[in-house]
Design a protein around this ligand. Structure first.
Ligand code: AMP
Ligand code: MG
Length: 347
């Protein structure tokens, strides 16, 4: 199959992409978070095809993307007032709400769950495609399962050229990490995955917010979890990644002590000079955290190279969007974190 590369700027793109979706095909769609591997979310066969192409475990649910916030009522029931408040404030935007599913949503889409994740993305061309298709688009991130997510059309082609009908190119994703997922089937609401909408922003609307243990720690794959995607190894390059936390000076001391040829350092732009002898790769600026979220997956993809033995990574501190960057990087590292402040120089 030849994969069409459609430009978001071409006025014919929404109709061409919508036609493929209606016919049960796969179209990689841009969003402000990451590129998704999209299909008609109400068509079981089309959805099965997403799982197959991506190599995704069957119990890992897909998010349904809608063109307008009001459409959540077509796919979810018993919607609490909090969901309307959040939709009003953050949609279109990088937030997914988990709600009780209506029967029209196939179990294939929800990974067998009675709930459904719904999002209205902040991307004009994708909302135009959904509107023209007349069906919601189910889409996970477009990477091959377990690999770093796709934040450009070229990332999508790298993983799926010749295996999907089309990719819609709208340039690099603005946010760069997947949507914030909030479960509203419980009270208080539960944060299942941090993203571009921060815990602070959610708390300002909801008051209380519980943070799921899968956000902060490693989950045993046999455990029953709220967000099934969180238990799988994720976002990882081939080589082991270890996060070196602590001050710039202490981290540099540690990394220089243990660095060997074949290792790489994933750092902030401000630190490039510091690691000029350690094969550094910067993913953004520490003093401008959105550049770190936007650049993280592209950097992890560059580091997904069999010639690399080990990656020492620097991770931003604090809340806001940094919280989402910490979550993705810690998952890529399998929660292997070394605090350089606690380690003597000679260890
Ligand atoms: P991805 O699109 O690859 O970022 O994956 C979507 C993620 O959303 C899944 O891995 C799940 O963890 C989460 N998700 C989607 N739908 C639900 C749901 N109904 N309940 C809980 N988590 C969900
Ligand atoms: Mg994913």
């Amino acid at each position: 199959m030849k994969t069409l590369k459609l430009s978001a700027r071409d006025p014919e793109t929404p109709e061409i992409a919508a036609e493929i979706i209606r016919a049960g095909g796969l179209v990689a769609i841009p969003t402000e978070t990451v590129y998704g591997l999209g299909a008609n979310g109400l068509n079981e066969q089309a959805v099965a095809h997403i799982f197959e192409v991506k190599g995704r475990p069957q119990d890992n649910p897909l998010i349904l993307h809608v063109a307008d916030p009001a459409e959540m009522e077509r796919f979810a029931k018993d919607i609490p007032p909090e969901a309307y408040m959040l939709a009003e404030k953050f949609w279109p935007g990088p937030m997914t709400m988990v709600l009780p599913a209506r029967d029209v949503v196939p179990k294939r889409t929800t990974g067998g769950l009675d709930t459904v994740g719904i999002r209205c993305p902040d991307c004009k061309v994708t909302r135009a495609i959904i509107r023209k298709a007349g069906v919601p688009i189910a889409a996970p991130s477009a990477n091959i399962s377990g690999k770093p997510s796709t934040t450009t059309a070229d990332h999508v082609l790298h993983d799926h050229d010749g295996r999907i009908e089309a990719v819609v190119d709208d340039g690099p994703c603005r946010v760069g990490v997947e949507s914030t997922i909030i479960d509203l089937t419980e009270k208080p609401a539960r944060l299942l995955r941090p993203g571009g909408i921060t815990p602070e922003q959610l708390r300002a609307v909801l008051g209380e917010l519980v943070v799921d243990e899968a956000v902060t720690g490693q989950i045993d794959p046999t455990q029953v979890v709220k967000a099934p995607g969180m238990k799988y190894r994720h976002y990882a390059p081939q080589a082991p990644v270890v996060i070196i936390s602590g001050s710039r000076e202490k981290a540099s001391e540690y990394i220089h002590h243990f660095y060997e040829s074949g290792d790489r350092v994933l750092c902030f732009e401000e630190e490039l000079g510091l690691y000029s002898d350690c094969n550094p790769l910067a993913y953004g600026r520490e003093d401008d955290v959105p550049t770190l979220s936007a650049g993280l997956f592209d950097a992890l993809r560059v580091l997904d190279d069999p010639a690399i033995h080990r990656v020492f990574a620097r991770c931003p501190e604090g809340g806001g969007v940094a919280y989402a960057v910490q979550n993705r990087l810690k998952k890529a590292a399998g929660f292997h974190i070394i605090n350089a402040e606690e380690i003597g120089e000679t260890e």
